[in-house]
Design a protein around this ligand. Structure first.
Ligand SMILES: Cc1cc2nc3c(=O)[nH]c(=O)nc-3n(C[C@H](O)[C@H](O)[C@H](O)COP(=O)(O)OP(=O)(O)OC[C@H]3O[C@@H](n4cnc5c(N)ncnc54)[C@H](O)[C@@H]3O)c2cc1C
Length: 311
């Protein structure tokens, strides 16, 4: 699935309010560095990386008033005086409705996370890492010398150290960590003749995101329209959220057009009281990097780097 760095002014402002500026900036910096690390290790072409530019669609002025402040904060990360620039002409260029302003971020990029995962697997297998697909860890016991891992197929494996990267699926193994699953639903349209969109787009503090995939639109989000039902590990789509996505598509993105939907799917993210990931040593031999708050593709390289230093 295509993924982006997802820098959104209204979301950054909301993060600063809930987490404070230092923590919010730290997260952005890790994501920014993460994308750089991915691009150092893999060829852009292998995971369909395009520096498409990103756009935030606004229907109020509030983020514009904070633009100078946010650009000032981001200077230390992007090294640009204007990371975000007002580009209201995009409303007509792309044909949006119900939007009053557009902000552009030229550092935004999109990648194909399935292809990235494939490239990563190829790399680790070539380094002799053994990946045990379909093996579920049911429980574990740590003693002085080692950790015993009990799997669902009734085997016991032994290890010196254990790192949990189980994200939203961490509750049963690590009940002490505050993490809740959050379902993200997506749809993909049929090809749209004459589609004008090009780039990655965000709306409503990042709760909606869409991009063109050649001449199709991939649109996801709307979790905020039914927040309670989406705190689930069930990775399937639901009518209310898919309806909210289709409403947004026909009212804002492609006003007045009826477009057929080719595919719908859902994935599971991990959330907590704020957006900080939980990266820490749990006991002498166990560690975790979980709760990646829907930013795990961009955050993963820095989490991995910090974990490697910790273990
Ligand atoms: C719709 C959607 C859009 C997204 N968009 C973006 C984006 O634009 N940018 C971005 O950076 N991120 C995005 N994300 C978030 C990103 O996909 C996740 O943060 C990332 O996949 C987390 O990676 P992870 O490896 O930590 O966890 P996961 O990908 O959830 O992997 C956890 C793994 O642990 C395994 N596991 C769990 N329990 C056990 C067990 N007991 N034993 C063995 N294995 C176990 C699972 O099978 C799974 O393979 C998006 C997510 C969704 C759903």
């Amino acid at each position: 699935m295509p993924v982006s760095l997802a820098l959104v002014v209204s979301e950054i402002l909301s993060d600063i309010e809930t987490m404070g500026a230092d923590k919010a900036l730290q997260l952005i910096s890790w994501r920014f560095e993460g994308l750089k690390i991915i691009r150092q290790h893999f060829n852009d072409i292998d995971f369909d990386y395009y520096n498409t530019g990103g756009y935030e669609l606004l229907n109020n002025n509030a983020p514009l008033e904070q633009l100078g402040y946010i650009n000032g904060l981001l200077y230390t990360i992007t090294n640009a005086t204007e990371t975000f620039v007002q580009k209201d002409n995009c409303i007509n260029d792309f044909g949006f409705a119900g939007i009053t302003h557009v902000l552009e971020n030229r550092f935004e990029g999109a990648l194909h996370s399935g292809k990235l995962l494939r490239a990563l697997l190829q790399k680790v297998i070539s380094m002799d890492v053994q990946v045990m697909f379909g093996t579920e860890l049911k429980s574990f016991e740590e003693n002085n010398d080692e950790i015993a891992l009990h799997t669902s197929d009734k085997r016991t494996l032994f290890t010196q150290q254990l790192v949990f990267c189980t994200n939203a699926f961490s509750k049963s193994l690590l009940p002490e960590i505050a993490v809740v699953p959050a379902r993200g639903q997506v749809l993909l349209t049929e090809p749209i003749p004459g589609l004008k969109l090009n780039g990655v787009f965000h709306y409503d503090e990042g709760f909606y995101y869409f991009r063109n995939l050649n001449d199709r639109i991939l649109l996801g989000g709307a979790r905020n329209t039914s927040i309670e039902t989406e705190y689930t590990l069930d990775a399937f789509t639901t009518l209310p959220i898919q309806q909210a996505l289709e409403d947004f598509l026909s009212k804002v993105v492609l006003p007045g057009q009826r477009v057929a939907i080719q595919q719908r799917w859902a994935g599971i993210m991990a959330m907590g009281p704020d957006k900080s990931p939980v990266l820490k040593q749990l006991t002498e031999r166990t560690f975790c990097s979980v709760r990646l708050s829907g930013m795990g593709v961009a955050l993963a390289p820095m989490m991995g780097k910090m974990l490697a230093e910790m273990v």
